[in-house]
Write a protein that binds this ligand. Sequence first.
Ligand code: PLP
Length: 389
Amino acid sequence: MIRIEKSERLKRLPPYLFVEIDKAKSRARDEGRPIIDLGVGDPDIPTPNFIIDALNKAVRDPATHRYALDQGLPEFRTACAKWFKRRFNVDLKVENEIHPLIGSKEGIVHMPLAFVNPGDIVIVPDPCYPPYKSGTIFAGGEILLMPLVESHNFLPDLKSINHHLLHKVKMLYINYPNNPTGASCEKKFFKDIVDFAIKHNIIICHDAAYSEIAFDGFKPPSIFEVEGAKDVAIEFHSLSKTFNMSGWRIGFVCGNHELIEGLAKVKSNIDSGVFSAIQKAGIAALDNYDRHIKSVTKVYEERRDILVDGLNSLGWNVKKPKATFYVWAKVPPRYTSATFAKALLDKADIVATPGNGFGVHGEGCIRMALTVDKRRIKEALDRIKNRLG
Ligand SMILES: *Cc1c(COP(=O)(O)O)cnc(C)c1O
């Protein structure tokens, strides 16, 4: 036997706070209880047939069977650029301002390896999607939390960031529309953060995974709609939520070419690109975005209305998110995030994600994902009403 010891970087990862709820959930499943799972941020609707057909065709072409080029198929990057122009009216250079990713999470986590040295600070919103923190830790960076609070519309207060530390800050992550809070931002916020980043020489990584999951006619902006953004920023896009393709693993990063070049260099030493047949399916997805997207947002919008109106009729005070498929709600006064998540599961067989799992500033809240059908959302509301009082 050898003595097996985990690396310091693994030991530095934040504690995984969903352990308890995961265990309780599988116990409940084993007992055959009728669980309604509002916990997972993963689309429940299948990938559209036209995308599956494109994969089917592509996979029969032996040209797709070999290693993909690091930079991906030029046709995939062209499809990304065309979609970006149509959607945001932003021009991206196909040669060096777009790079395919094996899902955007992959690029998000690898990015600090290209630019962050041990001791450098990375500013991370809190609560947040956990990979911003793990990516920073893997690169040996130090995390500086930027609280997202309701009184500030879940936008960071840039003025409250400790000025004495700014010279050590190398990079920051932002994410709008936001997971887990469901908050959105306007172009004005992007302008402020780009100005801030230019002034303090900080790289911006914007995670735009939910840019297309938006309601009531709202079209979330890209950071590149703001002048100067390409000097300091890259933006991560994902096909997972937009096209119900989370299992396929495809997304792309775009923006500043030096930043992309650094990330691409890390990746070329780790992976060998996205399966070309999946890139071809991705082209079909992006090319048909306009006729596809309404059916997706309509489903989540209807579920959102049912859940939020239902909770509010029970005396909750929840705002309708303008984007994302998450409802972020305060837990009732006598509970913490964890005790409320436990009560929901024990008494009502409902899984929801305790907000503190996304960071200390998520304490007191719970995240419910709109990734179950409306019949089950109504059932969940009935159970909350009848069993939680
Ligand atoms: C789902 C999600 C992603 C990315 O997903 P991929 O499948 O890796 O593209 C990125 N950021 C946030 C905030 C998410 O919720």
